[in-house]
Design a protein around this ligand. Structure first.
Ligand SMILES: Nc1nc2c(ncn2[C@@H]2O[C@H](COP(=O)(O)OP(=O)(O)OP(=O)(O)O)[C@@H](O)[C@H]2O)c(=O)[nH]1
Length: 399
């Protein structure tokens, strides 16, 4: 039979040393992962710093009593307080949230103020434990809220566990601050094998491993999304590639019950002339500008793609031919009144031609390719009628 009462006691020194090694390994993992996709770090650097600080702090706790008190107390606690600061920064960066650095470092300052007072005045460490623990609890709580909301949004089990670990850490440190107010909290030390002390150290180990696994899992998920998204986007304009546009369009085409949409084909007029007069690089600037103009003219639910060199396609959801015509007219008008500023100085005026068509649902829902072909025919008509205009299929030409 297993008996926890007669089991050998856990040794705080070994735990401190092990947590330190684990944290340093997690830091190494974070820093080395940064090198895989350098422009998609998503807070890995900050998480690496948090783990480095945790590793350093636990190592100094391990040497308490065998190294100067300044190292084991002041430096160790300055490092401990960095852990939740960089932890929160890492999660905020990963989730693209803004955190006030001034507020964060203000909380850091409050946390370590008790350490300075205890060390400077040579008083008991209780005041240090109160300020440190309450500041750490606050930061862990903020991180837990961020992580749990992310876990709920993305239904990720590992992240949910990481959020719970953060929340448990916040609760643990809050309890520690309260206990310390009543003079009941012990300082972390390799020579204090009490149950609360062992509990605190096990929680530390859980934090280092559990929160790191959750964090890495979130980073990998975001990197995967970002890489997938980049593969679907055109490098120059940031719009969907033709293939991605068609894939998403086909998904809509197959929706049941059938959905209504309109498509617009947009082509720059006499674009060859822009390239010939101002150079290919200037032509690229104009293309990127037109892409932005189109993206700003549609609704967020519409799809915009780069169909070919200087040709764009738009899928307007739940849109009639009349509404598509309003969109086309607005775009032609906006282009006519805009000039693109070139990086080397000078401006280029441009116009666009647009052809649009609405999906036919009767006698049976039309395939996307057919609607696009009709919009392309309308674009051809717009070009032949003199450009700088729009044509809606089945409606007379408009200028
Ligand atoms: N700068 C730049 N030019 C491109 C790109 N892709 C295609 N083009 C240019 O777009 C021009 C298209 O020329 P054409 O098909 O003759 O069409 P156009 O001059 O716009 O004339 P219309 O469409 O008939 O009004 C060519 O000069 C291509 O080199 C690109 O990515 N960057």
């Amino acid at each position: 039979m297993l008996s926890f009462r007669s089991a050998p006691p856990l040794d705080p020194g070994t735990l401190l040393f092990s947590i330190s090694v684990l944290a340093l390994l997690m830091a190494a993992m974070a820093f080395s992962s940064m090198r895989t996709l350098p422009d998609l770090r998503f807070g890995l650097r900050e998480w690496g710093k948090a783990m480095l600080a945790a590793g350093g702090a636990f190592l100094l706790f391990f040497f308490r009593g065998h190294a100067p008190w300044f190292l084991g107390f002041v430096v160790a606690n300055l490092l401990v307080m960095l852990v939740p600061v960089y932890g929160l920064l890492a999660h905020a960066r990963l989730m693209s949230r803004q955190v006030s650095r001034r507020l964060l470092w203000g909380i850091y300052g409050f946390g370590v103020s008790g350490v300075a007072v205890s060390y400077g005045l040579g008083t008991s460490t209780a005041v240090a434990v109160v300020t440190l623990s309450s500041a750490i609890a606050l930061l862990f709580l903020a991180t837990a809220v961020l992580v749990l909301s992310h876990a709920r949004q993305h239904r990720n089990g590992a992240v949910f566990v990481a959020g719970l670990v953060m929340a448990a850490m916040a609760a643990g440190f809050l309890m520690r601050a309260v206990l310390s107010l009543f003079g009941q909290a012990e300082a972390v030390s390799p020579g204090a094998p009490s149950r609360p002390q062992i509990g605190v150290l096990l929680m530390g180990a859980l934090f280092v491993v559990g929160a790191s696994i959750g964090f890495f899992s979130m980073v990998h998920e975001r990197q995967r999304q970002e890489v997938l998204d980049r593969a679907r986007r055109d490098g120059l304009t940031g719009l969907f590639t033709r293939m991605a546009f068609m894939d998403m369009g086909r998904a809509l085409e197959q929706a049941r019950p059938p959905v209504h949409f309109a498509v617009a084909m947009i082509d720059l007029d006499h674009f060859k002339l822009v390239n010939d007069t101002h150079g290919h690089a200037a032509g690229d600037v104009v293309l990127a500008h037109v892409a932005r103009l189109i993206a700003n003219t549609v609704r967020s639910t519409d799809l915009v793609g780069r169909y070919g060199g200087e040709e764009f396609c738009v899928l307007l959801r739940d849109c009639s031919l009349g509404e598509a015509s309003v969109f086309a007219a607005r775009l032609v008008e906006a282009a006519r009144h805009q000039a693109v500023r070139l990086p080397g100085g000078g401006e280029v005026a441009f116009t666009v031609s647009v052809g649009c068509a609405a999906r036919r649902l009767l006698p049976q829902p039309e395939a996307l390719m057919q609607t696009l072909a009709r919009a392309d025919k309308a674009l051809y008509d717009a070009k032949h009628q003199g450009r700088d205009r729009w044509v809606a299929q089945a409606l007379p030409s408009k200028t």
